[in-house]
Design a protein around this ligand. Structure first.
Ligand SMILES: [Fe+2]
Length: 224
């Protein structure tokens, strides 16, 4: 008998644990995605120290805040992109929009870079870039110019807009998804993206990203 009771107790404890895990899962539907590389993979253009703060504190903070803000609301079970489009431009939903968009933007930013990136885009993308900008260098100059001229915090984006590749910049958490454009890649120009490595030299950070890290293959995948 004691063994049986002990077995029942064990099963009951396990069930309670599974139910409790399920509750936690439901209460936190958005998960911080893994970095697509090691935290030192982008060195020396971006240090492990910067990645540690940027990914481990800022990106994680947006995901955690979002989960808190949407808990028990109409947004609780919606995918990230739906939350972004449903809250964009709504004054009473600004906090949810900002944290949802920043969660999306950062996941997209990490994939927009890779170790030993930069260089020539794959032929299929290069052709499209040349059709829009004349040359890859001209495209990189536009991305850099948008990044450097964005006043305050924001993002520089390569996007597909009605089948044409173009460059746009957005402020704070804004993302071109909300205006019907398809993001191909992005550069984060919030100070937290570069200040530890470059202090106020945003242009040096942007040029290092474009020359050493930019992931043209990711842009091509998104253009497909
Ligand atoms: Fe950031």
């Amino acid at each position: 008998m004691p063994r049986k009771r002990s077995g029942q107790l064990f099963i009951w404890e396990e069930r309670r644990k599974i139910m409790s895990d399920e509750k936690i899962k439901n209460a936190s539907p958005h998960v911080l995605p893994s970095l697509p590389y090691e935290d030192n993979a982008l060195y020396p253009a971006i240090s492990a120290n910067t990645i540690g703060f940027h990914y481990g504190k800022h990106h994680k903070g947006y995901v955690d805040n979002l989960n808190k803000l949407i808990s028990g609301t109409e947004f609780a079970d919606l995918p990230l992109e739906t939350i972004i489009t449903k809250t964009a431009g709504k004054a009473d939903k600004t906090a949810i929009f900002n944290n949802a968009a920043q969660a999306w933007n950062h996941a997209f930013y990490w994939k927009s870079m890779r170790s030993k990136g930069g260089g020539e885009p794959p032929a299929a993308l290069k052709q499209k870039i040349e059709a829009s900008f004349g040359s890859v260098d001209a495209c990189k100059k536009e991305l850099a110019s948008a990044a450097v001229s964005q006043f305050g915090s924001g993002w520089s984006w390569l996007v597909l807009d009605s089948n044409k590749i173009t460059v746009v910049k957005t402020g704070n958490a804004d993302v071109p998804l909300t205006t019907g454009m398809k993001p191909l890649l992005t550069i984060d120009v919030w100070e937290h993206a570069y200040y530890l490595d470059y202090q106020n030299r945003r242009a040096d950070y942007v040029n290092a990203v474009l020359d050493k890290l930019i992931n043209w293959e990711f842009a091509l995948q998104n253009a497909g």
